[in-house]
Design a protein around this ligand. Structure first.
Ligand code: NDP
Ligand code: OXD
Length: 308
């Protein structure tokens, strides 16, 4: 079996090849652009030439959960299936990230951090009515489903919004655009775990933010283009949003002059909510390739028409 591995940005290719070699020492690996004649490609934003120079490819495995980048490249010929990573060690990290955001807001950590800078000793806990925020998770797939379940297990009231109705223990399910407003109106911490598609682009906008109760908190670890950044800033400045934990941005790295960097109620992280663990990812990739070679069904095949 010949595998070509390609990536852009952080160079994970040597580490991926080293891990695959330990799992499948008899397979042949090549780092793009050295390759010709591969049966499978492991890719992140692959160029067209990769497919032109490997015409016998049986599958392109997207080295990540989100497929918006690979689909926007439009480089994978229609006859080659795109297979994405599913969880592969990322869902637990996502749950940690989102839970951190929920607790940061619920336990007034932003307020206490500001107070510390001013040496102010003042308590903000409500001792009579220990009401916890309702957490609303947009997207209940591999990431959002695990996030919702984990936060519910922590005792929070959790609701989720997805395209089709989902049954997750302890999570109230809202499905479809008709129920979006109802979902938002009872949400105090909005967590975005959606894939970026034509339908979800800009879903966090002035209208949807206005549907949240005043003083809500936003966690976005989906994609930057889910937010209309100017609308998020306006909501933060007006107090409609009390704060935000943001991992993804329309332009990454976030430009120096972006006002989100210095907003007092915003935490910016550099797209690290869930990084792809090489071991889990490679184990899953080998499993998927072996299934395809045996002619068995394989999960994670991207539906290009719907965009995820
Ligand atoms: P999945 O495909 O497993 O889940 C997608 C979920 O979104 C599904 O529940 C789906 O609904 C729902 N959804 C899709 N379109 C709509 C819509 N129009 N309206 C309502 N719900 C919709 O994806 P993953 O959970 O694996 O990943 C989600 C995203 O997380 C990725 O696409 C990526 O952008 C992001 N991500 C970010 C990372 C980071 O470090 N910041 C790391 C990894 C992923 P249904 O269940 O009905 O199909
Ligand atoms: C992914 C990501 O989609 O890291 O896997 O954002």
């Amino acid at each position: 079996m010949r595998i070509v591995v390609q990536s852009t940005g952080i160079d994970v290719v040597p580490a991926i090849i080293a891990e695959l070699r330990t799992l499948k020492p008899n397979w042949l690996y090549e780092a793009w652009p050295n390759s010709i004649g591969a049966s499978y490609a492991i890719v992140w934003k692959p160029p067209k030439e990769l497919f032109e120079r490997n015409p016998q490819l049986k599958g392109a495995i997207n080295y990540g959960a989100g497929v918006d980048a690979i689909l926007s490249m439009d480089s994978v010929p229609s006859g080659i299936p795109i297979i994405r990573l599913e969880d592969a060690g990322m869902a637990q990290q996502m749950a940690e990230y989102a839970l951190y955001g929920v607790i940061h807001h619920h336990r007034h950590m932003q307020v206490y951090a500001a107070q510390q800078r001013e040496r102010v000793w003042m308590q903000h806990e409500d001792r009579t009515n220990l009401q916890r925020p309702v957490v609303g998770v947009m997207g209940l797939g591999e990431m959002g489903g695990h996030v919702a379940k984990t936060i519910a297990a922590f005792g929070y009231d959790v609701r989720g919004w997805s395209k089709s109705k989902r049954a997750i223990d302890g999570v109230k399910s809202f499905a479809g655009s008709d129920l979006l407003n109802e979902f938002l109106s009872g949400t105090n911490v909005l967590v975005c775990m959606l894939p970026l598609t034509d339908e979800t682009r800009g879903v966090i906008n002035a209208q949807t933010l206005a549907a949240l109760p005043r003083g809500s908190f936003l966690v976005n670890a989906g994609r930057g283009a889910h937010m209309i950044e100017a609308d998020v800033l306006a909501a933060l400045n007006s107090g409609q949003l009390a704060g935000a934990l943001l991992d993804v941005f329309a332009t990454e790295p976030l430009p120096d002059d972006n006002p989100l960097w210095s907003h007092p109620n915003v935490i910016v992280t550099p797209h690290i909510a869930a990084t792809t663990p090489i071991r889990d990812a490679c184990a899953q990739i080998v499993d998927k390739i072996e299934r395809m070679e045996r002619g068995e069904p394989v999960s994670g095949i991207v539906d290009r028409a719907v965009g995820y």
